[in-house]
Design a protein around this ligand. Structure first.
Ligand code: ZN
Length: 258
């Protein structure tokens, strides 16, 4: 497998290493998560410029040697998402999206759909940051930026669960198959549960159930809206699913006021 590798990639993390180098975690369409070293990147006049930073979408040229780390030999910007970097809320969302991808898909197993989903998420955050900076009309009632950001973050996580084969069962009781009277959610059972099976579940409202169905069905640019309370139930459902089936805890998506 040694030799040159060309791939598209999104930079998930970029860490200082030694005097002038950086270690990157990048996510690629066909090689999953890849770790690579970029040498001399912190010198002024580095040929990489500032583009080996988180949230950059790049065309990378890498060299694969015998070690685990690949070496970056070339980098061309596909999209640097410059507007996202000017907006604290968008930056925070982008960091959480990259963190979730890096932790849920940490191997070399290829998931091109996850790569595309992450690219769409970053492009959307970049576009939304641009909108927030313009003097547009105020958001409609119940769509404060904080709530909308959290809804978008939860939708992204649901789509990641789906890509990982962990999508919660939403069409019928995950325990007994009962199609109606679905009143709870059980991470252990892997989805919604009916009244008879509700032990070890927590109450899940119709709105939260509906949000999850809609979020999985709709594009990222059409994130369904919901109240803070509903989003809290959805976040708990995602968290318990991940804890039971992937032994993973993601950073909470706190809906900030405003
Ligand atoms: Zn049941």
């Amino acid at each position: 497998m040694a030799g040159p590798v060309k791939t598209e990639a999104v930079v998930l993390r970029s860490m200082r290493y030694g005097e002038a180098d950086r270690i990157l975690h990048v996510y690629t369409p066909h090689r999953g998560r890849v770790s690579a070293i970029a040498k001399g990147v912190r010198r002024t006049r580095s040929r990489f410029g500032g583009r080996l930073e988180p949230f950059f979408r790049l065309r990378l040229e890498l060299h694969e040697g015998r070690g685990e780390l690949l070496t970056v030999t070339g980098a061309h910007t596909v999209d640097g998402h410059p507007r996202l970097r000017e907006d604290a809320r968008a930056l925070d969302s982008a960091a959480r999206a990259c963190d979730a991808v890096g932790r849920l898909f940490e191997t070399e197993e290829p998931h091109p759909g996850v790569f595309n989903l992450l690219c769409r998420k970053l492009a959307l955050l970049d576009a939304q940051a641009a909108d927030a900076g313009s003097d547009g009309p105020p958001p409609p009632e119940g769509r404060s930026p904080g709530v909308a950001t959290r809804a978008g973050g939860l939708q992204f996580r649901l789509k990641l669960l789906h890509a990982a084969g962990l999508a919660p069962q939403l069409g019928a009781c995950a325990h007994c198959g009962e199609p109606e009277h679905l009143v709870g959610f059980s991470g252990a059972a892997g989805g919604v549960v009916c009244g008879a099976c509700e032990a070890a579940s927590f109450p899940l409202g119709e709105d939260a159930h509906g949000f999850m169905v809609q979020a999985l069905a709709k594009a990222l640019a059409e994130a369904p809206s919901a109240s803070e309370q509903t989003l809290g139930q959805v976040e708990r459902a995602i968290s318990e699913t991940l804890e039971h089936h992937a032994h993973l805890r993601l950073r909470p998506l706190v809906g900030r006021a405003g």
